[in-house]
Write a protein that binds this ligand. Structure first.
Ligand SMILES: Nc1nc2c(ncn2[C@@H]2O[C@H](COP(=O)(O)OP(=O)(O)OP(=O)(O)O)[C@@H](O)[C@H]2O)c(=O)[nH]1
Ligand SMILES: [Mg+2]
Length: 422
């Protein structure tokens, strides 16, 4: 899904981020490249121009937050602007008797999305019936029924008692009759959610469709984000039209549907993890990593080190942490190596006595030999663990009180990169 838009945005930003210090000329280069990428993704020219102005103004005029360099400040501004460009996500409250209506032009992806949404709800403990009100297209019901069968959901040609997902007939263009039909249905059924389904290849035209439905909609679902270079245009146009984007379709499979969260989406698109988290919220990163609190860190020993490793080796957070510190380009093998390494560290720390853990300074050669033996590792590996522990300790040392922010960021990066030993 990241596709070309993502890789081109990433390249532009990487090249800027790689500069030693930055000046106005370099910012202009970055802005030019952002413009090129966004326009080729069919983002409306006016929006691109507004975004450029905002980046230039805030990037150069605003004073960076304490602890941020000018470069980091500009990156933050760019990220914020891109997030607000793709705009509005929405809450999707799920109720036991939920009713969802899907509207949209021919072939936009309504029927497919009905089954994807059904599956999404099913995973959340709600079992909706898929209702086909499409009387125009031959075999419309059969298509929905088949999709439902695959995921164990019933289909119906008639409205039944809730919960339901209603698939409607498409049109070749927006028309009064379509709006009228939609209004009648909504009046009768009073659904929680009314989603307009628009394919990504509509580009910025998606905004016009969303506007035409206006208040009838609770959100938009943009399908085929995987297959079109114009996704950026569709997202930004809906944001501009102030219609929340509820979900995006990212493939043909039933689970290729994601809730749209602008920040998460942009972070992933840029391959950065949450940049804000990286440069502004060092404390939160620490929380993500695990149950190590700040006072733990200022008093780092093998016990607290171990706690941190333990949190790191848990599957989910581990990848997330890597993402948050910007190590997203690591291949699967490297991630696997890191995981393996952390596991071995844990075994070694397990073989230490309580005293040794609390005060690794006492680890003499004989003790190291014993630990290697006890943990089924080698002396070299135990020494390596100690080396990394000491590196981390050094970084944490002197990190007191208010000065945490920036240093903490450095520490996380270095500590993690340090673990990626050859
Ligand atoms: N790659 C990809 N294909 C999708 C996605 N969503 C839907 N499709 C495909 O788009 C095509 C049209 O989807 P339908 O669900 O039949 O569209 P519809 O709006 O119900 O069409 P009508 O009922 O004719 O108006 C199908 O081939 C789907 O597999 C998506 O997110 N990614
Ligand atoms: Mg259909």
């Amino acid at each position: 899904m990241i596709g070309e838009l993502g890789s081109r945005l990433r390249d532009a930003i990487k090249s800027f981020a790689g500069k030693g210090s930055v000046n106005k000329a370099e910012l202009d280069v970055l802005i030019k490249e952002l413009q090129r990428v966004l326009i080729s993704s069919d983002v409306n020219v006016k929006l691109v121009s507004d975004l450029s102005k905002a980046i230039r103004k805030k990037g150069l005029d605003e004073k960076p937050l304490p602890g941020l360099t000018v470069k980091e400040h500009i990156l933050r501004v760019v990220y914020d602007q891109l997030v607000s460009l793709v705009g509005l996500g929405t809450e999707i409250p799920t109720k036991k008797d939920i009713k969802i209506v899907l509207l949209g032009l021919y072939g936009s992806g309504k029927t497919t999305t009905a089954s994807k949404l059904g599956y999404w709800l099913k995973k959340r403990g709600i079992t909706p019936t898929l209702v086909s009100l499409d009387r125009d297209r031959p075999a419309a019901y059969e298509q929905l029924e088949q999709l439902g069968n695959k995921i164990g959901l019933k289909a119906s040609k008639e409205l039944v008692k809730a919960p339901i997902i209603i698939d409607t007939a498409g049109r070749d263009a927006l028309s009064e009759s379509m709006l009228k039909e939609a209004k009648n249905l909504l009046k009768k059924e009073k659904p929680e959610h009314v989603f307009l389904v628009v394919p990504a290849e509509m580009g910025h035209e998606a905004g016009k469709q969303a506007e035409a439905f206006g208040d009838l909609l609770t959100g938009v679902i943009i399908t085929r984000m995987d297959g079109s270079a114009k996704g950026g245009g569709a997202l930004s146009a809906c944001a501009q039209a102030k219609v929340p984007i509820a979900f995006i379709g990212t493939g043909e499979r039933v689970d290729d549907l994601e809730i749209f969260e602008p920040k998460r989406y942009m972070s992933r698109l840029l391959g950065w993890g949450d940049i804000k988290g990286l440069i502004e919220k060092a404390r939160e990163i620490q929380n993500e990593i695990g149950p190590v609190n700040l006072s733990d860190l200022s008093n780092l020993n093998m016990v607290t080190f171990y706690k941190q490793l333990e949190a790191l080796t848990k599957m989910g957070p581990f990848e997330k942490v890597l993402q948050m510190v910007g190590l997203t380009d690591l291949d699967k093998k490297t991630v696997g190596d890191m995981k393996g390494k952390l596991k071995r560290y844990k075994v070694m720390i397990d073989s230490m006595t309580k005293n040794e853990r609390e005060d690794p300074g006492i680890l003499s050669t004989t003790r190291i030999e014993r630990i290697a033996k006890g943990s089924g590792t080698t002396i070299r590996e135990v020494r390596e663990l100690l080396k990394e522990f000491n590196m981390m300790k050094k970084m944490v040392k002197g990190m007191a009180g208010g000065k945490i922010g920036k240093k903490m960021k450095g520490m996380n990066l270095k500590a993690l990169k340090g673990m990626k030993l050859k």
